[in-house]
Design a binder for this molecule. Structure first.
Ligand SMILES: Nc1nc2c(ncn2[C@@H]2O[C@H](COP(=O)(O)OP(=O)(O)O)[C@@H](O)[C@H]2O)c(=O)[nH]1
Ligand SMILES: [Mg+2]
Length: 418
């Protein structure tokens, strides 16, 4: 299957969304909107199916569709457990569509796209023809987006080869070519496992979060708990950051929002003791997943190592192969510094996956590629905003679409719909 066909199927999804696209195309045969635009409109209009398509199509719709549901804003009282359960059941029924997830990547990568695409567009306009000077400037643009030297070099080699092989002369299709090669590079970088090591039903899965202060651990734990709950799992949280003032309360607030029990002790207590308590509580309540927060003191590597080792030891004494995941949260806005942090944590603990937070807050979203290339640890999730459903499993195709959305549409529209 060609890259663009695969990309398109992935972005739009293959089932109902596609049908909606085709229906819309039939009703509007003389309409010159692209299937992608139609899909976008279809997505936006899903809740009002009866609405006349003709009336909707010519209107420019804003991209604020996330606002259609805001479950996180429902304040939940502790004594309303029944209500929480009901709302979660409802959420289970309406899983987000492929296209709405694609739109999250597009929105989350807006800053990167704006800075990156405008530079690439500018290059394309100035050069028109692909030559060595063009490649050199392109290299700079990619480096400025934090893609990382090795990845940029690999990409440039691939582009040069492809340009020669296909005898490409003009710069117009270059965004499409870059996209294709970036996905290729990402996928060749090792296993593309975004799945969490969730244990079979009846067994407790323990997920440990590590990372320095402020990178977004607690927030991500809240979002992940929400995600796992909406898949029907019983989730509990362990307030292992007993160091930072307010950290326990912050996790408790998330627990209330999402509807998860939080196991906590007082500030300053031993994190390992919290883990011990939490595992026992989770086992007693037959929880499916326990997500553990930790403090991220990096001032002293020996302390960090000791603390994480102790936490780890206590967890695996209670459940032999736990923690099943050690997720390292890295803040995308810190750029190359994130790579340094990752290196340190890799040395002190067995990191099984990375959560790259705040991708929406940086114009240098190329850091995903650098992380992949340097660390060989899968980026399992990316944070695309501060809302509860802004945590998404990383997806190379959607990511690339987020980088080049406008530049790719022409290519994608030329792919046949079958
Ligand atoms: N824009 C944006 N902000 C985020 C994201 N993830 C976390 N944050 C914010 O980052 C700040 C620090 O997060 P926190 O969870 O307290 O970090 P921790 O110290 O590692 O636990 C908070 O203000 C969060 O709202 C994200 O994906 N996007
Ligand atoms: Mg925290």
């Amino acid at each position: 299957m060609s890259f663009f066909k695969r990309l398109k199927e992935k972005l739009i999804g293959s089932s109902e969304e596609k049908e909606t696209v085709q229906q819309l195309e039939q009703t509007q045969q003389d309409d010159d909107q692209s299937p992608l635009q139609l899909a976008e409109r279809a997505e936006l209009n899903t809740p009002v199916e009866e609405q006349k398509v003709e009336e909707v199509l010519p209107v420019e719709l804003p991209e604020k569709h996330e606002e259609t549901s805001k479950p996180e804003e429902v304040e939940v009282e502790k004594n309303e457990i029944v209500v929480i359960e009901e709302s979660v059941e409802k959420e289970e029924e309406k899983q987000p569509s492929a296209w709405s997830i694609t739109q999250k990547f597009k929105a989350g990568l807006e800053k990167t796209r704006q800075s990156f695409t405008s530079k690439v567009n500018d290059l394309v306009a100035r050069y028109r023809k692909v030559d060595e000077d063009f490649f050199e400037e392109l290299e700079d643009v990619l480096l400025q987006a934090d893609v990382g030297v090795e990845t940029v070099m690999e990409l440039m080699d691939k582009l040069r080869f492809e340009v020669q092989r296909k005898n490409i002369k003009d710069t117009n299709g270059i965004q499409a070519l870059i996209s294709e090669k970036l996905v290729e590079i990402y996928e060749s970088g090792g296993e593309n496992l975004t799945e969490l090591a969730i244990q079979p039903k009846g067994e407790l899965t323990v997920i440990l979060f590590v990372g320095v202060n402020g990178v977004g651990k607690t927030t991500t734990i809240g979002k992940l708990a929400h995600r796992l709950k909406s898949e029907g799992k019983t989730v509990m949280l362990a307030a292992g950051d007993t160091f930072r003032a307010g950290a326990i309360e912050q996790l408790q607030v998330w627990g209330e929002r999402v509807g998860c029990e939080v196991i906590a002790q007082s500030e300053g207590s031993d994190p390992a003791a919290v883990m011990y308590d939490a595992i026992h509580a989770a086992k007693t309540r037959n929880a499916d997943v326990l997500i553990c927060d930790t403090a991220g003191r990096l001032q002293n590597k020996v302390n960090l190592m000791n603390e994480l080792e102790k936490v780890h030891r206590v967890i695996s004494r209670e459940i032999p192969n736990a923690p099943h995941e050690v997720l390292l949260a890295l803040d995308a806005t810190t750029g190359q510094n994130a790579l340094v942090q990752a290196q340190t944590f890799k040395e002190v603990t067995n990191v099984t996956g990375i959560v790259l937070t705040k991708l929406d807050g940086t114009a240098k979203g190329g850091i995903v590629l650098a992380i992949r290339n340097k660390l060989h640890i899968p980026v399992k999730f990316v944070g695309l905003g501060e809302k509860m459903d802004d945590l998404q499993p990383f997806d190379a195709e959607r990511y690339v679409y987020g980088l080049f959305a406008e530049g790719l549409e022409k290519e994608l529209n030329e792919v046949e719909n079958d």
